[in-house]
Write a protein that binds this ligand. Sequence first.
Ligand code: ADP
Length: 494
Amino acid sequence: MHVLSVGSEAVPFVKTGGLGDVCGALPDPLAKRGHRVTTVLPLYRGIDRTRHGITDTGKAVRIHMGGKTVTGTIWHSRATGHDTYLIGCPAYWDRPELYGDAAGDYPDNAERFSFFARAALSLCLELGLLPDVIHNHDWQAALVPVYLREQPGVYGALAGTGTVQTIHNLAYQGRFDNAAREALDLPDRALTMAGLEFYGQLNFLKGGLMYADAITTVSPTYAKEIQHEETGCGLDGVLRHRHDALTGIVNGIDTALWDPEHDSQLIARFSLAHPEARKANREALIKEFGLSSGTGPVIGMVGRLVEQKGASLLLESLEALVRMEVRLAILGSGDPHLEQDFVQAARKYPGYVGLVIGFDGALSRRIYAGCDLFLMPSRFEPCGLSQLIAMRYGAPPIVHRVGGLADTVHPYHPPHARDATGFAFNRFSTDALLACVGQALSAFGKAKVFERIRKNGMARDSSWAQSAAAYEEVYHKTRKVADMRLRERLHPDA
Ligand code: ADP
């Protein structure tokens, strides 16, 4: 099968979070199963053309956008071993950030990503690609199935193509003021409740959810959670309506990219069979973060400093954690207010709260490899990759038991470690968090128990193999739906 993967981020070209990891990692395991994956990305300013061997194909797409024509140049790279096409358009992508700056989201995001969706489809026509399935990621690509169906005059050649919409995080929906409709060139019916309309606004993700042949999200538990009012971010009704088309598939990690045995960023490399060198990473981490000496564990945290990740919950718990002699090594960036609160906490608890504000891939690896435990107290978590990486690097995670965290971390139930890979708490409260950390500390004090938990995590298969098989199944189903749709269109009375 030929799958066109359309998303706004993909490793190694550009990444701000898990979306980039997933779009970058999926092509390999799908190719191993005999499929061809072509990726489409915006050519942002920050993408290094030389490093990724990106060349101009000399071809272009021209998109009619609310009365003007915008040209997208088509660039190509084989850096990943698969085809990646990057759509050049300096007016939209030549900016310091991907989606917005300190002042907020870029005001023309609706126009930018409407262009992106149309350019991805037009690129197929221009290059003569006829994918079997187009796999769209998050709101930035969610208009692809909408245009495919609503502009048959333009995209008729792709009418038999199946579409899959993946929700990586339902909290980000691409909601815009109704005024943005001018730039979209969609017929009125696409802007009603049966399409993008959402409480008087336009909602790109909702469009994708209404029009796609199949919907996936990144863990089975999250697939259930988002159908409930409290956790459905306003789209629970839509998701219940499309319940039959919705599948939860847990993310994997690229186990070649995330491998403590071959990770050149580590002070010393180690593996499940030879874990001894892990100690050197731990000592280096303690030094690097200026942590005090002690016998208790070092708890690592890597992630966006935002409410979703439980940043406030952690701030509220810090004093008690310090009293428990816990030392923290935190790397993150995000909400400026929360960043500021963490900076103040680091000043208040020197030696206990080590902090680096920023996005630093190499440092993140040193944290995964050096910390004893990894904290992920997310309020909600569609899947989460950090806990998978932490387990592979020998740091049992402490998690709030929601979404993908519930699906991937087997909690320790004292006294036996058995198949436990980490620690989990159910209620989103400081008390529950502290009790769970207390449980982790007590396990840390029992060398045999802790080693078993650590080893269980390192041995866990977090590769993409199983998930790729599950996506393949969704693609096959999608093809059937698309074939039926095409037959109905060609023979409406049959
Ligand atoms: P999300 O996509 O919600 O941010 P995930 O756990 O799914 O969270 O994925 C986060 C990915 O981004 C992981 O690979 C993690 O290591 C990485 N990451 C997050 N914050 C940072 C940071 N400040 N520096 C380096 N890597 C980071």
